[in-house]
Design a protein around this ligand. Structure first.
Ligand code: GN1
Ligand code: MG
Length: 365
């Protein structure tokens, strides 16, 4: 196990390191808060070890972060009235964008955006609208970033048919037998919906939806809200900024924010909140209206249903594979997380008409 404090000393922080502590509850990378005493008082930074199990080429993530910074920073400087923050990369002492530990894992350091907070569940309708506005603002910022400049840091990410194929492989080859009630529920749930896995990829192939730069992981916990104003002022966790469909992000933001109870709760508490859904779209759509087509509106419902289904499938696959991708804090957690997403997917399906009506109302001039 690499000592994060020793790694922290390899970065050019502006002062003396006071502490290095575990931070947040991400499912993939290892995250630490580094407190530094410098000329301007105490300042915090984020230090992360990128998960080698998830990201096969972490140096490509750092390349993409640099490309993103070059594209977005001048826009932010040109519009100082708009409060939006993009974490800055802190170079290593040798001037590189990252360091490697003795095992070859990539570590990076970034500024911590002060006076902000994150949430695991939405606190109000106004906050949901802010979350939607933030995603739309971010999409507008990166929409003209040429996709050929970005590496595909996680091939197959959000391509649901690929997760279905992985599931079929996991259950076909000598399977890890899990005949628990929860596992049987998951198997049945997937079997009943496997035909729906293609919906976004098929629309892309027909030319109805188009590839463009996306965030990839805009769950609520990755949106920073100002402690002073409650405004959303940053989207963090930029590892999956790469070409994709806007609908992956829209679906992920809605499935995360509208699941008012959270991702690891008793099934009886899981439901898709329509008021939050309406507020998120109210915040989101005006930001991206100039490049949102009629077909884009048409696939919003499919996107939220699919991304909830997909995340359940991803959690279940990882349970079957032996918990190699999503960090667990107790045995069986990925199985439980899968059932939560499937329950959420059921709640979305039960409210299909209402969700489509919300989208239709947003579309009216
Ligand atoms: C992972 O690392 P974190 O917690 O931000 C995952 C997302 C899932 C999310 C579910 C690269 O995100 O796709 O939606 O867990 N990130 C990756 O909580 O797979
Ligand atoms: Mg992430």
């Amino acid at each position: 196990m690499t000592d994060p404090a020793a790694i922290a000393r390899q970065f050019a922080f502006p002062g003396e390191i006071l502490s290095v502590d575990e931070y947040g509850n991400g499912n993939v990378n290892d995250t630490y808060l580094v407190r530094v005493a410098g000329d301007q008082g105490t300042q915090d930074f984020i230090l992360q070890r990128l998960s080698p199990a998830v990201f096969p080429k972490p140096e490509q993530i750092m390349h993409n972060l640099r490309v993103l910074d070059n594209h977005v920073r001048p826009k932010l400087l040109a519009d100082p009235n708009q409060r939006w923050e993009l974490p800055r990369i802190i170079p290593s002492r040798s001037g590189a964008d990252y360091c490697r530990d003795a095992n070859g894992a990539v570590w990076r350091a970034q500024t911590f955006i002060a006076d902000t907070e994150t949430f695991d569940t939405i606190a109000s309708v106004a906050q949901a609208e802010e979350a939607g506005r933030a995603l739309g603002f971010f999409h507008a910022l990166i929409h003209d970033l040429p996709t050929h400049l970005l590496h595909d840091t996680l091939p197959g990410f959000h391509v649901t048919p690929g997760y279905l194929a992985a599931y079929e492989a996991l259950t076909a080859s000598p399977p890890r037998p899990d005949q628990s009630e929860q596992a049987l529920f998951c198997q049945q749930f997937i079997a009943e919906r496997k035909e729906t896995a293609e919906v976004l990829e098929a629309a892309r192939l027909r030319g109805e939806l188009h590839s463009c730069p996306i965030h990839g992981d805009p769950k609520l916990a990755n949106i920073l809200f100002s402690r002073n104003t409650g405004q959303a002022i940053s989207l963090i966790d930029l590892d999956t900024v790469k070409p994709g469909l806007l609908h992956y992000d829209i679906g992920d933001c809605l499935r995360s924010c509208c699941n008012a109870a959270g991702e690891d709760v008793p099934l009886s508490e899981v439901s898709f909140n329509l008021a939050y859904c309406a507020a998120i779209l109210r915040g989101y759509l005006p930001q991206i209206a100039p490049f949102f087509s009629v077909a884009d509106y048409r696939y919003i419902y499919d996107a939220v249903r699919l991304i909830a289904f997909e995340l359940g499938l991803r959690f279940f696959n990882d349970h079957l594979a032996g918990d190699v991708y999503f960090r667990i804090r107790r045995p069986g957690q990925n199985l439980h997380r899968a059932t939560v997403q499937f329950a959420l997917c059921q709640s979305i399906e039960a409210q299909e008409t209402e969700i489509k009506n919300i989208v239709r109302d947003c579309q009216k001039p």
